[in-house]
Design a protein around this ligand. Structure first.
Ligand code: SF4
Ligand code: SF4
Ligand code: SF4
Length: 296
């Protein structure tokens, strides 16, 4: 079984052509700008939309674990909640939803095969995303092997936070790595995101030596975090021989998910970053002879 957060059909930003992106549960990092915070844990996790809630208290009445409270707003005690989903069944305005569904490999294959004709006609394929898609390595590796056997183009959006042996096993099956670099400074990277610089950059070294042509570096550009070192990231990518850098301007599209998970969102008042803010880096890329794109 694989714990899936969401399957998005007709994706066009996560690799070439028309794709299906499978968002997998589980991430070892905790980036405060994360657009998919519901993927961090493998648990099936309750989300509550305050704007839809009419405070009828039906969810509280049906919850045998007494996990729901109002004071006066909806509160969930995740230590008590067993994920039975009875609260969702009685919530007529659909204010309660759950992220995380166990799927068999066959169920995933059935879902993605619906768009086989589109992948073929557009040179598209399947993108594994998350979370960190290799977090559930054993089962996900089986899926990757089957996808390869069936001839799908496989892209993977990864953080680099896993054992090098995992990367060595998976690398031959992957057509495109969309590999994060969030920061080059060890202290900043580790204290803000929970990543290990040593692990991530060892893995990037391995990729640069074995298959650099399959790697695109992706950097979310976050105000107050890494805006000042974007040029250094491009220079690093050039030095390692990677073919492309994608700069992803900060956006707040995940903000509601933080609210619905009842977590504090650090960038509450931060405006979305305009693409034009980063356009000078495409020029820098031309000077350095490395492709730099704004957006994915
Ligand atoms: S059942 Fe739904 S609408 Fe009613 S209080 Fe609970 S979350 Fe709100
Ligand atoms: S999922 Fe079940 S245990 Fe959790 S809050 Fe809803 S009713 Fe209660
Ligand atoms: S690595 Fe990605 S999924 Fe994980 S916390 Fe950071 S932004 Fe979110």
């Amino acid at each position: 079984m694989i714990k899936v957060s969401n399957i998005e059909r007709f994706a066009t930003h996560d690799g070439p052509g028309i794709r299906t992106t499978i968002f997998l549960k589980g991430c070892p990092l905790h980036c405060p700008w994360c657009a998919n915070p519901e993927t961090w844990t493998l648990d099936t996790i309750l989300m509550h939309d305050e704007k839809k809630c009419v405070r009828c208290h039906c969810c509280q009445k049906v919850c045998e674990k007494m996990a729901i409270d109002f004071d006066p707003d909806f509160k969930i005690n995740r230590n008590l909640c067993d994920g039975c989903q009875k609260c969702m069944d009685v919530c007529i305005p659909e204010a309660i939803s759950f992220s995380g569904k166990e799927m068999t490999i066959d169920e995933i294959l059935e879902e993605i095969s619906k768009d086989d004709a589109y992948y073929k006609n557009s040179n598209g394929g399947i993108t594994l995303s998350g979370g960190e898609p290799l977090f559930q390595f054993e089962e996900v590796f089986k899926l990757i092997q089957i996808l390869k056997e069936k001839g799908y183009h496989i892209a993977i959006e990864i953080t680099g936070m896993y054992n090098l042996n995992v990367l060595k096993k998976v690398e031959p099956y992957i057509d495109l790595f969309l590999h994060d670099i969030k920061h080059l400074n060890k202290e900043k990277l580790e204290s803000i995101t929970g990543a290990s610089k040593e692990i991530i950059f060892n893995n990037l070294d391995y990729l640069s030596k074995t298959c650099k042509e399959k790697v695109i570096i992706r950097t979310p550009v976050i105000p107050g975090f890494n805006e000042e070192i974007v040029k250094d990231i491009i220079l690093y990518a050039k030095e390692k021989g990677f073919k492309e850098v994608n700069l992803l301007p900060y956006h707040s599209l995940g903000k509601n998910k933080w609210h619905n998970l009842k977590k504090d969102y650090v960038y509450e008042n931060e405006k979305m970053m305009d693409k034009s803010h980063l356009s000078s880096y495409t020029e820098l890329g031309k000077e350095l002879n490395i492709c730099v794109k704004i957006g994915g």
